[in-house]
Design a protein around this ligand. Structure first.
Ligand SMILES: [Zn+2]
Length: 363
């Protein structure tokens, strides 16, 4: 049963889009869940007055969940728990301990259950045997055609749930139908995260019949890993298409075909110089598909009309989030990574569960 001291602190990531960082206090231990940077770039959780923590647990390897690792020195350099795939991408020299990609493990003697999050290589949701159960979804999606998703099965009275899209509820099939006209022509540049929706969108274009697919080095590396070291995160039904994509995709060489390059907002990586080169040209078409932080090339090109924005779902629809909360019998839902202005709409959707964006929350 719940000890009165079990508490969840919402350090960053609830009430607005921003870096993920939460702290669970239980049985005299303090576990941090994720330690991200941005968006916007450079924004870090405020950990100045937190004092030492006993462990950091990472849900997946995206920057807004792991980009704040430089802060570990201020937190007593605790051990870092991550899946093997996520651990491989972390800075060398960290005191890493492995989490299962699916199944049971323990963190400082606390039972933790994980499952694949359908969102990123090595990404997991985390269920802790604290109080009447506590679920932290990290980022997740039930809809990915590439990344495998395992529904949580253990009950969780308290659920901290990625609601990045707030009350948006359109299926991923509609995302593809909006992109499909671009598959009939070309050339097209898609700035994408290499270790997220990039490989997934490339796969859709391949399945459509495009064989003129061009990718940057970061995408190429991730694709090869998905076929070799990262197969644990890949859906079983996608294996042959993924191998075909690795063989088909060529390095980007001029404005031709379907081109996919990191980063997603064009502020860094291979997409940055490509956007600078093509911003004032008539071709290629440019489509951004993810979160658009202010003052990024993505924001500028969409505002000027040079580029389009067509969302590609990599977070849950509202109906997915509501179904999850019901499945785990959540009594309290804390929606993460969306704006506080959506609180009332989410409160109605999750009822009769209570919805709050205010911590600390008793576990
Ligand atoms: Zn993510």
């Amino acid at each position: 049963m719940s000890a009165s001291s079990d508490t969840l602190r919402l350090i960053s990531g609830v009430g607005r889009k921003g870096p993920a960082c939460f702290v669970v206090e239980t049985a005299g231990k303090r576990l941090m869940l994720d330690l991200g940077e941005g968006p916007p770039a450079g924004l870090l959780p405020d950990v100045e007055r937190l004092g030492p923590i006993d462990a950091l647990v990472l849900s997946h390897g995206h920057k807004d969940h792991v980009g704040g690792l430089a802060l570990l020195a201020k937190l007593g350099n605790p051990p870092v728990y991550a899946t093997e795939i996520v651990a491989r991408g972390l800075p060398k020299g960290l005191p890493v301990r492995l989490l299962p990609t699916g199944g049971s493990g323990e963190v400082l003697g606390i039972e933790v259950t994980t499952g694949r999050n359908g969102h990123a290589p090595g990404g997991v949701w985390l269920h802790f045997a604290i109080g009447d159960g506590f679920l932290y979804t990290g980022d997740w999606s039930t809809e990915s055609i590439l990344y495998a998703y395992d529904p949580p099965t253990k009950t969780a009275a308290i659920a901290l749930v990625d609601c990045s899209y707030a009350d948006y509820d359109r299926p991923i099939g509609e995302c593809w139908r909006a992109l499909e006209p671009f598959a009939e022509r070309g050339p097209l540049l898609l700035p994408v995260p290499a270790n997220g929706r990039g490989p997934e969108i490339a796969l859709e274009f391949l399945r459509y019949g495009r064989t003129d697919i061009y990718i940057d080095d970061a995408m190429s590396r991730v694709l090869r890993q998905l076929c070799t070291t990262d197969t644990a995160s890949v859906r079983a039904d996608v294996d042959d298409d993924l191998k075909a994509l690795v063989v088909t995709a060529m390095p980007i060489d001029g404005a031709r075909g379907i081109m996919l390059a990191a980063s997603a907002d064009g502020a860094s990586g291979a997409s940055k110089p490509l956007l600078e080169q093509w911003e004032r040209a008539g071709e290629p078409a440019i489509v951004f598909t993810g979160y658009r932080a202010p003052d990024t090339p993505a924001d500028r090109l969409i505002k000027s009309g040079r580029a389009e924005f067509l969302r590609w779902n990599v977070h849950p629809r509202l109906s997915d989030a509501v179904a999850l909360a019901q499945d785990v019998r959540a009594k309290t839902v804390i929606p993460a990574f969306c704006d506080r202005s959506r609180l009332d709409a989410l409160g109605q959707a999750f009822a009769p569960a209570q919805v709050t964006m205010d911590g600390p929350v008793k576990l």
